[in-house]
Design a protein around this ligand. Structure first.
Ligand SMILES: NC(=O)c1ccc[n+]([C@@H]2O[C@H](COP(=O)([O-])OP(=O)(O)OC[C@H]3O[C@@H](n4cnc5c(N)ncnc54)[C@H](O)[C@@H]3O)[C@@H](O)[C@H]2O)c1
Length: 251
């Protein structure tokens, strides 16, 4: 099946996994609208992408007004959206006794409600183009380290929201999620915070795949899920973690 439109919106597309997803989509002839709250990070990218079909929209995905305004501007620029990658994240790891209600709410509002807002307001466009939504979940939706409550709960919500939306929007729109494991994005940040964190042999070898993941591992899965040829794939979660969550650990 040929896709009818090539415009994809990537939230949190200015740094980390989202930035590489944006680059790979551009390499595969999609038009990309980046929705990110960090204007400094977007301005650093602008010169690199200025000859390509990419534009940047300052957006707080947790704010309904901001989402609606960016969607309006992006659709005006590139036409109806074929794809949406809900990738923006607020991450805070803190003991529960110290986690404030505001921090809890911000994690849920950015990660889960942001995914709902962007999807909700793109439904007419995505139905028109027979599009694809990819939500960034996490292996932390299924297993935990201590002090990760707000992040894990938001990702558990994204897992369920994915199959719920897939059923509601069928057969027009496919909705899937990706659950990355350990993906090293330390160097894929705006200049003032980018620094390659050293990875030890132990870091790599604990993974059945023999290495820590990188953002391209996730971007390739996004490309697969965007591809209209894969129209039988919906309502699923794809774990991309080098096998870590299947490894039994006894100490
Ligand atoms: N890196 C990993 O190991 C890993 C593992 C599992 C899941 N994930 C998921 O992958 C996705 C990307 O993670 P990452 O590590 O690349 O993150 P990152 O922190 O490198 O990038 C996140 C981007 O989201 C933007 N953002 C934050 N709040 C926003 C808001 N309110 N509105 C719009 N944009 C906002 C940031 O400015 C940033 O550019 C996230 O959903 C994360 O939960 C990552």
């Amino acid at each position: 099946m040929k896709r009818t439109c090539k415009h994809v919106i990537v939230t949190g597309g200015a740094q980390g996994i989202g930035r590489i997803v944006t680059e790979e989509l551009l390499n595969h002839d999609y038009n990309v609208s980046v929705f990110d709250i960090d204007n400094e990070a977007m301005e650093e990218l602008r010169p690199h992408f200025h000859r390509r079909s990419c534009d940047f929209f300052i957006t707080d995905v947790s704010n309904e007004v901001s989402v609606r305004s960016s969607i309006r501007a992006a659709l005006k620029k590139f036409g109806p959206a074929y794809g949406l990658v809900n990738n923006a994240v607020y991450e805070i790891f803190k003991p529960m006794e110290e986690l404030t209600p505001d921090e809890w709410n911000r994690a849920i509002a950015t990660n889960l409600t942001g995914t709902f807002f962007c999807s909700r307001y793109l439904i007419p466009s995505l139905r028109e183009t027979k599009g694809s939504i990819v939500n960034m979940c996490s292996t932390r939706a299924f297993q935990s380290e201590a002090n990760t409550e707000s992040y894990s709960a938001s990702k558990g919500g994204i897992f369920s929201l994915t199959h719920a939306m897939a059923v509601s929007l069928a057969p027009d729109v496919r909705v899937n999620s990706i659950s990355p494991g350990w993906i090293d994005v330390s160097a894929i940040k705006k200049k003032k915070i980018a620094r390659q964190v050293p990875l030890s042999e132990e870091d790599h070898l604990q993974h059945p795949a023999g290495r820590v993941g990188n953002a391209w591992d996730i971007a390739r899965m996004v490309l697969f899920l965007m591809d209209a040829e894969n129209s039988f794939v919906t309502a699923q979660n794809f774990v991309v973690d080098g096998g870590m969550t299947k490894k039994m650990i006894y100490v």
